[in-house]
Design a protein around this ligand. Structure first.
Ligand code: F0G
Length: 460
C-alpha cells in the first residue's frame, strides 16, 4: 500500500513554470517591498498563495462553457446552474454573484445595521471586512482548541456552543441580524465542522429567532471530513451530507472559486422572501441582472459542472490526500504545522519555527519571504500582518492568537513531486531557522492590510 493517492486524472494540457535564479528572486522581493502579493506570477515557481480561482477545470467544464448562453435575462446557463444549486443546497432563492465577497456585500447591505453583531466560528477576512464596512461587529466563537496548533482533533473548526449561547444572551437577539459559520474554517487552519456541531449551532440560532447563514466555500471538503470522521456518516454520499448540512440553515454565501471548481463566480442563497426582494434590488444595482449576477453565461455553466465534480469521492480522497501527504513530509523533517492537515491547505506554525523572532518582527511574513527566496514558493502570511491591528484607543498593536503561513493547494494543479519539492525547501529552512531575520512593517493600511503592506528586512 502506498501512503498517497495518485492524481485521479491525467494531464492533457500544460502550463510551463520556471524557477528563476536566486539573484532574480532577491531582486523581485526588493521590488515587491517584501510583500508577495506584489510579485508577478512568472516570478513564482510553485504558487500556493491561494486555492481560490486557481484550480484546473476538467474537460467537462470546458465543454460546458462552449454551451454558455450569453442572453442578458433568462439564459439557459442560469437555468442549468439553478438546478444544480437547488439539488445540492436546496434553498428557495438563489442569485449568482461575481465571487464570494460580493455575496457577503449584498447580504450585509440588506440585513446589517451599524452596531449589530455577527457571530461565527471564525470569519474569513473578506467577511470580517464586509461586516466592518457596514458598521457591524464580527465575532469569532470557535472552540479554543483551534488555537492549539499541535492538538489533533477531528473537528477543530467547531463553534463553542456555550460561548455562542452566552454571547446571544448577553447582546440580545435583536442585535444579531444573522449568525454564521464558516465551513471549513479557513482562518483557523482549514479545519472542518462536524454535523453534530452544525446541528447545535442551528438549534441555538433558531431558538433565538436568528437566521443562520453558512459561509459554504469549502462545503464539499467539509462533507468529506464528516464522512471520514463522524459516526453514522461513513455510508452516506457527499451529496447526502451536503444536503443535510444546508437543511440546517436559512441561507449561504458561496465562493465558486473554491468548491465550485471554477476560476470565477459565487452565489447567495436564502429562504426568506422579504430578504430576497431586497437582494434582487441590491444585486441589480451592484452586480447585474438576477440571472447572471456579474458573470458570463459560460461561467455559470463551468460552476454548474464544477459543483457536481467537487462532490466526487475519488476527487475528494485525492484532494484531502494531498494535504495529508504534504503534512506527513513536513512533520517528518520537524517543521511545525497546524494538525491535523486542513482540507485545502497546510498551515506552518511560523511562531514556533522562528521562535527567535518577536511578534513585532512578524515571523509569518519573514517565513513567507524566506520560502520565496529559497525556493520560488509563494505562500501567504496568516498572522499579525493579516489579522493584527492597532488598538483604536491606545494605538498599541493587537496580535491574533496564531502566527501562521498558509500553503494553499490549488485544485488539480500540482503533482506529488511538486509537493515533495515544497517539503524539501521547508526542511532546508527548518535546519537553520536562525538564519531567517525578522521584518519591519513600513506601510500598514487600515483595512485588509496584508494585501498592500510594505516591509524592510531586519538582519538575522
Ligand atoms: N469565505 C471564505 C472562507 C474564504 O476563504 C473566501 C476567500 C471568501 C469567503 C471570499 O470569497 O474570494 O470569492 O470573494 N478566500 C480566498 C483565500 C481569497 O485565499 O482563502 P471570494
Amino acid at each position: 500500500m502506498t501512503n498517497y493517492i495518485p492524481e485521479p486524472f491525467r494531464i492533457k494540457m500544460i502550463e510551463p513554470i520556471h524557477l528563476i535564479s536566486l539573484e532574480a528572486r532577491e531582486a523581485a522581493l526588493k521590488r515587491a517591498k517584501f510583500n508577495i502579493f506584489n510579485l508577478r506570477s512568472d516570478e513564482v515557481y510553485i504558487d500556493l498563495l491561494t486555492d481560490s480561482g486557481t484550480g484546473a477545470m476538467s474537460q467537462s467544464q470546458w465543454a460546458a462553457m462552449l454551451e454558455g448562453d450569453e442572453s442578458y435575462a433568462g439564459a439557459r446557463s442560469y437555468e442549468r446552474l439553478s438546478q444544480v444549486v437547488k439539488e445540492i443546497f436546496g434553498f428557495k432563492h438563489f442569485v449568482p454573484t461575481h465571487q464570494g465577497r460580493a455575496a457577503e456585500n449584498i447580504l450585509t447591505a440588506i440585513a446589517l445595521k451599524p452596531g449589530q453583531f455577527v457571530p461565527s466560528n471564525m470569519h474569513f477576512d473578506t467577511t470580517e471586512g464586509n461586516i466592518l464596512a457596514r458598521g457591524g461587529k464580527p465575532v469569532n466563537l470557535v472552540d479554543e482548541v483551534a488555537f492549539k496548533p499541535e492538538a489533533i482533533v477531528d473537528f477543530k473548526g467547531n463553534m463553542d456552543l456555550s460561548k455562542l449561547r452566552a454571547f446571544i444572551q448577553e447582546k440580545g437577539a435583536t442585535n444579531i441580524p444573522f449568525g454564521m459559520i464558516t465551513i471549513t474554517n479557513n482562518a483557523g487552519g482549514g479545519q472542518p465542522v462536524s454535523m453534530e456541531n452544525l446541528k447545535g449551532v442551528s438549534k441555538i440560532y433558531h431558538e433565538f429567532g436568528i437566521p443562520f447563514i453558512i459561509d459554504a466555500c469549502r462545503f464539499a471538503e467539509n462533507a468529506y471530513f464528516i464522512k471520514l470522521r463522524e459516526t453514522g456518516y461513513s455510508k452516506k454520499s457527499i451529496l447526502e451530507i451536503a444536503k443535510e448540512t444546508f437543511s440546517l440553515a436559512d441561507g449561504v454565501t458561496m465562493s465558486a472559486k473554491k468548491d465550485g471548481l471554477a476560476n470565477i463566480g459565487g452565489f447567495l442563497c436564502l429562504n426568506d422572501d422579504a430578504w430576497f426582494e431586497k437582494v434582487r434590488a441590491e444585486l441589480i444595482l451592484r452586480e447585474g441582472f438576477v440571472t447572471y449576477g456579474g458573470l458570463a453565461g459560460r461561467d455559470l455553466d463551468a460552476i454548474a459542472v464544477g459543483l457536481m465534480e467537487a462532490l466526487e469521492e475519488g476527487y475528494l480522497a485525492y484532494r484531502v490526500g494531498q494535504t495529508k501527504y504534504l503534512s506527513e513530509q513536513l512533520l517528518a523533517s520537524g517543521v511545525p504545522i497546524v494538525q491535523p492537515a486542513g482540507g485545502h491547505a497546510i498551515y506552518v506554525d511560523a511562531a514556533k519555527m522562528l521562535s527567535h523572532l518577536k511578534r513585532d518582527q512578524f515571523p509569518g511574513q519573514a517565513l513567507t519571504i524566506a520560502l520565496y527566496r529559497e525556493g520560488g514558493i509563494r505562500g501567504v502570511e496568516i498572522g499579525a500582518v493579516a489579522f493584527g491591528h492597532d488598538d483604536p484607543d491606545t494605538g498599541a498593536p493587537v496580535y491574533p492568537e496564531l502566527e501562521l503561513v498558509r500553503l494553499a493547494l490549488p485544485r488539480r494543479v500540482y503533482t506529488q513531486s511538486h509537493l515533495d519539492y515544497v517539503a524539501d525547501i521547508l526542511a532546508q529552512l527548518q535546519k537553520k531557522p536562525k538564519a531567517i531575520g525578522g521584518v519591519k512593517m513600513t506601510r500598514a493600511p487600515k483595512l485588509l492590510r496584508h494585501f498592500s503592506a510594505e516591509f524592510e528586512l531586519l538582519s538575522p
